[in-house]
Design a protein around this ligand. Structure first.
Ligand code: AMP
Ligand code: MG
Length: 413
C-alpha cells in the first residue's frame, strides 16, 4: 500500500510531537525508582562524615609501628556508631571496628589479622602486638573522600536507580522533585466486549485489551488515570473519548480501521484532535491512528489484542519514554533459532522467545519464534519476550542468521 509511512517514518512523526514532561511532583526517592530527577541535589555533609575504619583492628600512629613488629598500649575501644575515642598518644593504639571513626592522633588502622593473635583476642587487655607495621592512611577512608559537603550528588535528568537512591539518602535527601509519570486514559471500544468476570454470550468475547494495555502503560512507567469500555455507539464513544482527553496520553483500542463500526478516527477529529497519521506499513498493527490535541497525545490502536500490544511497544513506549526524559529500551541483536519467511511490503514483527543459551557474555541470545496464529492470538504472544524484525522485502532467513529484535515489556516486580 503505497502512501503509508514506514515504521521508522511513523515513529519519527510521533516523537516529533512529544515534549519532555515539565510537570514535577515530590516523591520519596525509593518509591520513585525509575523516574527522572527534576532538581539538583547537593550533599549536606562530607561523606564519610569522619575518618572511617575499613577493617576490624587497631588504630595506630604509623610512626610508632614503622619499624615492624611493635607492642602498643590499648588506650580505648571504638565500635561503629560510637563517637571517636580519645586522641591516642605516642605508643598507644585504639581497638577499632569496621565503620567506626578513627580517633585523632591515629593515621592508620592495622588489620586485626596482622596483629598478634593472642593480643588481638585480648579486647580488654592492655596491649597489642602489631606484627607487620602499618603505613600512614592504611585501612582508613578520609573524611569527605567519597563526597564533599556541597558537592553535586545528582542533577536534573538523572534516572533514579537503586544506587542513586542510596547516594541521595546518604546525602540527606530522602525525597525531592521528579518528573511526574505520564497520566494515561484508556478507552476500549467494541460492542462484543464483556468483562473478564463474565462468561461471554453468543458473539461476545472478553475484553482483554483494557487490562493488557493498562499493564503495558504501567510497565512503561505511566499512571492510568481513567479507564472506560464502550460499545460501538457514537454517543457513548464520544463521551468516553472526550473524558479521556484531559491527561497526557489517551490510548484507544478498536474501531480505528475501515469497517462500518470503526468510528474512532472521525469522533476524535470531531473532538478537536489533529490527525498526524492513520496507517503504517506494519504487521501486525497497520491501522494505527495517532493525533494530538494540545498537550495530549492520542493513540488509536487496532482492537486485535496482539496488534494493540505491538503498537504499544513500537510507538507508545518510546513516546512515553521521551515524555519521561528516559531512553526507550534498545533493540538487540539475536541469532535465529528457527527460520523466518521472507519480508513483504510492510515490516513484520514476529513474536519470539529470546534465551541466552550460549552462556557466553558476548554471544547474541538465541531467538526462536513462538507458535503463533496471528494478530488475535494472545496465547501464543504471551509466550514471547521479544519481536523479531523482518524488514520489508527481505529474503527468508535461516536458523543461525543474525536478526534485530525488539524487547517486549520487561517488568520486574
Ligand atoms: P476492531 O479493531 O475494533 O475492528 O477489532 C479487531 C478485532 O479485535 C476484533 O476481532 C475484536 O473483537 C477484537 N477486539 C477489539 N477490542 C478488543 C478488546 N478490548 N479485547 C479483546 N479483543 C478485542
Ligand atoms: Mg471493533
Amino acid at each position: 500500500m503505497p502512501g503509508l509511512p514506514t515504521v521508522d517514518e511513523a515513529l519519527a512523526a510521533v516523537l516529533a510531537r512529544v515534549e519532555r514532561c515539565s510537570a514535577t511532583c515530590v516523591a520519596t526517592f525509593h518509591e520513585a525508582v525509575g523516574s527522572v530527577l527534576a532538581e539538583e541535589i547537593r550533599a549536606d555533609h562530607d561523606h564519610p562524615p569522619f575518618r572511617r575504619s575499613k577493617v576490624d583492628g587497631y588504630a595506630v600512629r604509623s610512626a610508632d609501628v614503622s619499624t615492624g613488629s611493635t607492642t602498643l598500649r590499648i588506650a580505648c575501644r571504638i565500635a561503629a556508631g560510637t563517637p571517636p575515642g580519645d586522641c591516642i598518644r605516642p605508643g598507644e593504639a585504639a581497638r577499632i571496628f569496621t565503620g567506626a571513626a578513627v580517633p585523632d592522633g591515629a593515621d592508620a588502622v592495622a588489620m586485626q589479622e596482622r596483629c598478634a593473635a593472642a593480643a588481638a583476642d585480648d579486647d580488654d587487655g592492655s596491649s597489642v602486638r602489631v606484627e607487620a607495621g602499618a603505613a600512614s592512611a592504611d585501612n582508613l577512608v578520609p573524611q569527605g573522600a567519597e563526597c564533599h559537603r556541597g558537592a553535586v550528588v545528582a542533577s536534573p535528568g538523572d534516572v533514579v536507580t537503586p544506587g542513586l537512591v542510596g547516594a541521595l539518602n546518604s546525602a540527606g535527601a530522602w525525597r525531592g522533585l521528579v518528573l511526574a509519570p505520564p497520566r494515561v486514559s484508556i478507552v476500549a471500544t467494541g460492542s462484543e466486549l464483556v468483562p473478564a468476570t463474565d462468561v461471554p454470550g453468543p458473539g461476545q468475547i472478553r475484553n482483554s485489551n483494557a487490562p493488557s494495555i493498562f499493564a503495558a502503560v504501567r510497565a512503561c512507567g505511566g499512571a492510568v488515570i481513567r479507564e472506560a469500555t464502550v460499545g460501538d455507539d457514537a454517543e457513548a464513544m464520544r463521551e468516553a473519548l472526550r473524558n479521556g482527553l484531559d491527561g497526557d496520553l489517551l490510548v484507544v483500542t478498536g474501531g480505528v480501521s475501515v469497517g462500518d463500526f470503526d468510528l474512532v478516527p472521525q469522533l476524535l477529529e470531531e473532538l478537536g484532535v489533529t490527525k498526524v497519521l492513520h496507517g503504517v506499513k506494519l504487521q501486525p498493527g497497520k491501522p494505527l491512528w495517532f493525533g494530538v490535541k494540545g498537550g495530549t497525545l492520542v493513540f488509536g490502536l487496532p482492537g486485535n489484542p496482539v496488534s494493540a500490544l505491538v503498537n504499544m511497544a513500537l510507538f507508545v513506549r518510546p513516546a512515553m519514554a521521551k515524555r519521561m526524559g528516559r531512553a526507550a529500551p534498545r533493540n538487540f541483536r539475536g541469532t535465529l533459532g528457527a527460520p523466518v519467511g521472507k519480508g513483504t511490503w510492510r515490516r513484520k514483527y514476529v513474536p519470539a522467545s529470546a534465551r541466552d543459551l550460549s552462556g557466553g557474555l558476548d554471544a547474541a541470545p538465541v531467538v526462536t519464534p513462538v507458535a503463533f496464529q496471528g494478530s488475535g492470538d494472545l496465547f501464543g504472544f504471551s509466550r514471547a519476550n521479544c519481536l523479531v524484525v523482518v524488514p520489508e522485502d527481505s529474503a527468508p532467513r535461516m536458523a543461525g542468521d543474525p536478526v534485530e529484535c525488539v524487547p517486549l515489556f520487561e517488568v520486574m516486580r
